[in-house]
Design a protein around this ligand. Structure first.
Ligand code: SAM
Length: 217
């Protein structure tokens, strides 16, 4: 089927992603392929390929395309990973991950968003994305350990539960900040002997991570 947004999407990838320094072909190809306009509310479709986050209802957002690409790149994926995402939102980031990795488990705390994301992802035919509703700060023990964990909401600290559910050699990327609106994007790598390496990658602004091991509301 012809996609009327294909040219806009290619331009988005060239202008916003490649021009800003993302080189990983796995990330670039996924961003070229996933139809972002299908993940935004109808009244936002005309802005789907803009260089900004967009509202998706329930006071939540779909992240700016560049940030989605940057965080995906920071996970250092090669293609055979089992990934956990906290904060399904629209399901867009999950789709990008599913284009690259083997399995994607994703948790959303707002039931209505999880249902809408499921509808979109089913319509697009994704079979390797598994959506759960609940408090993602506790992770998803059932399918652990994960090769990579991505948190797409900002918390006050990296929950120990998530580090525990990361494989040796695994990477976790999460916005962390002592204030609710504004964080450092942090990458945790779990080395042998469970040794933790922490890097600060860049500054970001994410909606709050709300849960037992996040903000209280
Ligand atoms: N990844 C999403 C996408 O591609 O559209 C964007 C995520 S949005 C910036 C952050 C999401 O995290 C919101 O949908 C919010 O409801 C969710 N969230 C916040 N705290 C959470 C928690 N403890 N567990 C699961 N989801 C959470």
């Amino acid at each position: 089927m012809k996609d009327p947004y294909m040219m806009q999407r290619i331009k988005m990838v060239e202008d916003q992603i490649i021009r800003r320094g993302i080189k990983n072909p796995l990330v670039i190809n996924a961003m070229k392929k996933v139809p972002r306009h299908m993940f935004v509310p109808e009244n936002m479709i005309h802005k789907a390929y803009d260089d900004s986050p967009l509202p998706i209802g329930h006071s939540q957002t779909i992240s700016q395309p560049y940030i989605v690409a940057y965080m995906t790149d920071a996970l250092q994926l090669t293609g055979d990973e089992k990934i956990l995402e906290i904060g399904t939102g629209s399901g867009y980031q999950a789709a990008i991950l599913a284009e690259i990795a083997r399995e994607v488990y994703t948790i959303e705390r707002i039931d209505a968003l999880a249902k809408q994301a499921e509808k979109t992802l089913n319509a697009l035919g994704y079979k390797n994305i598994h959506i759960h509703v609940g408090d993602g700060t506790l992770g998803l023990e059932e399918y652990a350990p994960y090769d990579a964990i991505i948190v797409t909401a900002g918390g006050p600290y990296v929950p120990e539960t998530l580090i525990d559910q990361l494989k040796v050699g695994g990477r976790l990327v999460m916005p962390v900040g002592e204030y609710k609106y504004g964080q450092d994007l942090v990458r945790i790598t779990k080395g042998i002997d469970n040794k933790i390496n922490k890097e600060t990658l860049t500054s970001v602004i994410f909606v709050p991570l709300i849960g037992e091991k996040g903000w209280s509301n």
